[in-house]
Design a protein around this ligand. Structure first.
Ligand code: BES
Ligand code: MN
Ligand code: ZN
Length: 492
């Protein structure tokens, strides 16, 4: 699918999307820049009050010789509640309707969507909407389904200038990063092993001008990463520790991103029920988000020193697996009593967070499909955020509002530590009581105590979709990529 931008509608597109707000007075604003006959058609439709402009609503006006192409009115809801996410979803809707009616070319009337945001921001959101909605993972189907496809999208904006062209190009880079992450995640766990993930990171780094270092099992043992080793010991697939670096401003203290890379989470000896266990191939979603974000950061040439860490391991119940009750010593010397081998993500992140100490991070953020607790609390509407620095948490929440990858804070009050104080070690990896998402955060805090600015993102509910979503087919969503890139931009 080709996406182009132009100042004037070139030739007749099969389907043109026009944004309309709910408030009747502004309903016609969107049609202002259109040719008179088209405007007339839209006006007549609106007069009949068949379309109210509610968010998500759409109205199809079929092809007539006068309009020169069909029109899709896209409801944007109330003007006061308008966000760029409405633009992304409108683009997605336009694309799915175009496919349904087998239209090959689509036009997007940027100005009718640009309210409170610049044309450039609006066009960028539209590009993300088109690209993310167009993605599907079909590589293992021996006979690809003959799904309809759109050949060309034209973004029309009369004031089209350099800023808009740059925003569109950047949105392409961002979308490419999200899709890269989705592709890593959607691979089955028999293909996407820790070694394979490390290779993918290494190849990506070479192509995109990032530094990359992979620590193999020997190096991980030498460093005494007890958490990574404990989790990995039940699997034949050895662990890897991925390190990526954006070279810009290398003398400055970096922003460090760390992602959970469990390529499959069976639960280990504390084995999971089999029903949804297939979904645990997505348990490297945090690592994949960090790797995808690093790709975007490099391609956008963001002048910020950023380090990406991704500990990768497979959590299996082999005869050499760790047992409940085992005690591990992590990289920072703290001891952990493993009450439940299914709380493995925090064990590998403990070492990654400890490893980050050497960088003296300006900010340290980890991202992980960490707890079912967080998933059942926020559903797929938001990711959980916790941490020690209110300013960092505020930046993440703001980045979430901007990108549509929402985050919401959970508290890490000291009292919660009592739930993970261990009998035989410094800390235990689970709480025997409730508050699973928070106690997981409290556990991680013990390993991020070297840095004043630390936050943890729990993406258990948002990393993949069980049903099609406006911006994602079933499967990996790539959540976190746009969020982390936006966060890094806030340090520009
Ligand atoms: N990867 C899972 C968390 C998860 C579960 C993500 C379901 C998405 C959907 C994690 O490793 C895990 O198993 N967590 C346990 C922790 C518990 C044993 C304290 C959980 O949340 O049940
Ligand atoms: Mn687990
Ligand atoms: Zn897990």
């Amino acid at each position: 699918m080709k996406i182009v931008s132009s100042a004037r509608a070139s030739k007749a597109a099969d389907l043109t999307g026009i944004g309309c707000f709910e408030d009747a007075k502004v309903l016609l604003e969107g049609a202002a820049s259109l040719p008179a006959p088209v405007r007339e058609t839209v006006r007549r439709t609106l007069d009949k009050k068949k379309f109210s402009g509610k968010a998500g609503e759409s109205f199809f006006i079929p092809l007539t010789p006068k309009t020169g192409g069909s029109i899709l009115l896209l409801g944007l809801g109330k003007k006061e509640k308008f966000t760029l996410e409405k633009v992304r979803r409108a683009a997605s809707k336009l694309l799915s309707q175009a496919k349904l009616f087998r239209h090959e070319s689509v036009r997007f009337d940027v100005d009718s969507f640009a309210r409170g945001f610049s044309d450039a921001e609006t066009a960028a959101a539209a590009v993300e909407g088109f690209r993310l909605a167009d993605y599907h993972f079909g590589k293992y189907k021996s006979r690809p389904s003959p799904a309809a496809s759109v050949a060309e999208v034209e973004l029309v904006s009369p004031g089209r200038g350099k800023a808009l062209a740059r925003a569109v190009a950047e949105a392409e880079i961002v979308s490419e990063g999200v899709i890269f992450t989705r592709n890593l995640m959607n691979e089955p766990a028999n293909v996407m092993t820790p070694a394979r993930l490390a290779r993918a990171a290494k190849e990506m780094a070479a192509k995109n001008g990032l530094l990359c270092k992979i620590l193999g099992p020997a190096e991980i043992r030498r460093l005494k990463m007890g958490g990574v080793l404990g989790v990995a010991q039940g699997s034949v697939n050895p662990p890897q520790f991925i390190i990526l670096e954006n070279r810009a401003h290398r003398s400055a203290r970096p922003v460090v991103l760390a992602g959970k890379g469990i390529t499959f989470d069976s639960g280990g000896i504390s084995i999971k029920p089999s029903g949804d266990m297939d979904k645990m191939k997505f348990d490297m979603g945090g690592a994949a988000a960090v790797i995808g974000a690093m790709k975007v950061i490099a391609n956008l040439k963001l002048p910020v020193h950023v380090i990406g860490l991704a500990p990768a391991a497979e959590n299996m119940p082999g005869s050499t697996a760790q047992r409940p009750g085992d005690i591990l010593t992590c990289l920072n010397g703290k001891t952990v009593e493993v009450l439940n081998t299914d709380a493995e993500g925090r064990l590998i992140l403990a070492d990654a967070l400890s490893y980050a100490k050497r960088y003296k991070p300006r900010a340290l953020v980890d991202i992980a499909t960490l707890t079912g607790s967080c998933g059942s609390f926020f559903g797929d509407i938001a990711s959980g955020v916790m941490g020690t620095d209110p300013d960092l948490i505020r930046r993440l929440i703001a980045a979430g509002e901007r990108t549509g990858e929402r985050c919401w804070e959970l508290p890490l009050w000291d009292e919660y530590f009592e739930l993970i104080r261990a009998t035989y070690a410094d800390v235990q990896n689970t709480s025997r009581k409730a508050s699973g998402a928070i106690t997981a955060g409290m556990f991680l805090k013990e390993f991020a105590d070297h840095t004043p600015s630390w936050a943890h993102l729990d993406i258990a509910g948002t990393a993949w979709a069980d049903n099609p979503r406006p911006l994602s087919a079933i499967g990996a969503t790539g959540v976190g990529v746009r969020l982390l890139v936006e966060l890094v931009k806030s340090y520009l």
